[in-house]
Write a protein that binds this ligand. Structure first.
Ligand code: EPZ
Length: 444
């Protein structure tokens, strides 16, 4: 691709959708469970891994640590017998927050870890002091210099010690880092005020499958009794609740009835409750098959993002797109990240009527959005702009696809399979299509 070319997604709105779509494995499970593979003395197999840029990056990081990786379809085989490096590559880790969580397993297995601080991203500073303080409570010495976290365990055994740790905030990543570190520590660790997200429970279930002694995952108090070694397992991760919620909104915003599977309905309670308040029914056709049925009327409502099981921050942007075309006023309050309202400016380019005051977005529903050229600002914002494009009159062109590809597995292909008019193309500096993904075309 020449430097003046870029990939964009074109969406022609107002198409009805229909049919059923398959939900991929959860990104925020896959990445942390892949880090958890480092805990295994010999290796493991993970299944239902989504096809994402971040998964590819995580594979590169784990291979750089001495692990042999073999991918076939949505399964990944890890051979960890050669795992001996305690310094994941800087240029990869600094761009992938989940990679920082590998500090837990690296320290637990090798007694030393040098992991770059994860860069902040567009949604916030993303500090890691809760991770660091917890590791220090478990006996690690931690110094941070030049953007690198140097952690090591003294003593001949180089083994972390169990500790009672209170998390000031139920941080998902800190809970996961410390839970993984504690699985091989000497003694019992208690995590108080732990995160309860389904991805934390999925990681705990993986660790239990490889022989860890963990109780209380999914509650705010997790107890881990350290063991000497962890064995292999063949583990399949949970479906992605954020992707499922994105398709629920796709049905509601285009007034279409669509189904999705597999889903775990218990992971979608907040999203389903809000969707039914706004104006769509959600039914289960089977224990893992969900269908959204629009009622034809969309009414505004208020949303506040909070730790699980409250409304998830990762679904906030997608619901804002829906509320932008719902009757009446809605107030969206983002309490988890300090800068996760950047999609407001892009939605306004499409005619949305939204005002930001601090961490509140006041949305006044409009009758219609109009297609425009917009730029994704973060992963979930990119999904919100696709959803807005499905509802808008005319053509929307979305730039900034690197955000989308980090967290969605073939979103446009899945939307197209439901009847959306959407395509990914490469355009030159004049905006002319020079290549259409999925089919070879000469300059159009
Ligand atoms: C995980 O990030 C997810 N990422 C995020 O998903 C998700 O939005 C977030 O949890 C909340 O659910 C992965 O799992 C890879 P946190 P994480 O620690 O662990 C503050 C997506 O779009 N905090 O629960 O980084 C932090 O700044 C991504 O898929 C500290 O202050 O989230 C934030 O304000 C985005 N100090 C709040 O806590 C710390 O040491 C929640 O962060 C750690 C966190």
């Amino acid at each position: 691709m020449s430097k003046t070319e870029q990939s964009v997604i074109h969406i022609w709105g107002q198409n009805k959708l229909s049919g059923e779509v398959k939900i991929s494995g959860a990104k925020n499970s896959a990445l942390v469970v892949m880090a958890g593979s480092l805990l295994c003395a010999s290796g493991c197999r993970l299944r239902n891994i989504p096809g994402l840029v971040d998964v590819d990056k995580m594979c590169q990081i784990i291979e750089a640590l001495g692990v042999k990786i073999e991918r076939n379809g949505d399964a990944i085989d890890f051979d960890t017998t050669g795992f001996n490096c305690h310094t994941p590559p800087f240029e990869l880790v600094s761009k992938l927050r989940a990679a920082f969580f590998s500090i837990g397993p690296i320290l637990a297995r090798l007694g030393v870890a040098k992991v770059p601080l994860p860069g902040g991203c567009s949604i916030g500073a993303r500090p890691v002091e809760l991770h660091v303080r917890g590791l220090q409570a478990m006996g690690a010495h931690v110094e941070i210099e030049h953007g690198i976290v140097n952690a090591y365990v003294t003593g001949s055994s180089k083994r972390l010690k169990g500790a009672k740790i209170y998390l000031d905030y139920p941080s998902v990543g800190a809970t996961e880092t410390l839970m993984m570190a504690a699985t091989l520590a000497d003694g019992e660790t208690i995590l108080e005020n732990a995160a309860k997200e389904p991805e934390v429970v999925d990681l705990a279930n993986f660790c239990i499958a490889i022989g860890a002694k963990i109780t209380g995952a999914g509650t705010d108090r997790i107890t881990i009794v350290g063991v000497k070694e962890l064995h292999e397992a063949d583990y399949s991760i949970i479906p992605d609740r954020v992707e499922a919620a994105t398709f629920l909104v796709a049905g509601a915003i285009t007034n279409s009835e669509i189904s999705m599977f597999p889903v775990i309905p218990g992971h979608l309670m907040a999203a389903v409750a809000k969707l039914e308040q706004i104006g769509a029914k959600v039914v289960m056709d089977a224990p893992d098959r969900m269908r959204v049925i629009p009622t034809g009327i969309l009414k505004g409502t208020d949303i506040e993002t909070l730790p699980y099981p409250a409304f998830p921050t990762d679904m906030q942007a997608q619901f804002m797109a829906l509320l932008a075309v719902s009757e009446g006023n809605s107030v969206i309050t983002e309490t988890v990240f300090e800068n996760r309202l950047q999609h407001v400016a892009e939605l306004k380019l499409m005619g949305a009527n939204i005002k930001v005051k601090g961490n509140h977005a006041i949305v006044e529903g409009v009758a219609r959005l109009s297609g425009a050229t917009v730029t994704a600002t973060d992963l979930r914002a990119s999904a919100a702009l696709v959803l807005a494009g499905l509802a808008a009159h005319g053509k929307t062109t979305m730039q900034g696809l690197h955000h989308l590809d980090r967290g969605y597995d073939c979103l446009e292909a899945k939307m197209r399979s439901l009847g959306a008019k959407i395509e990914r193309v490469r355009v030159n500096s004049e905006g002319e299509t020079v290549y259409r993904y999925g089919e070879e075309v000469v300059k159009v």
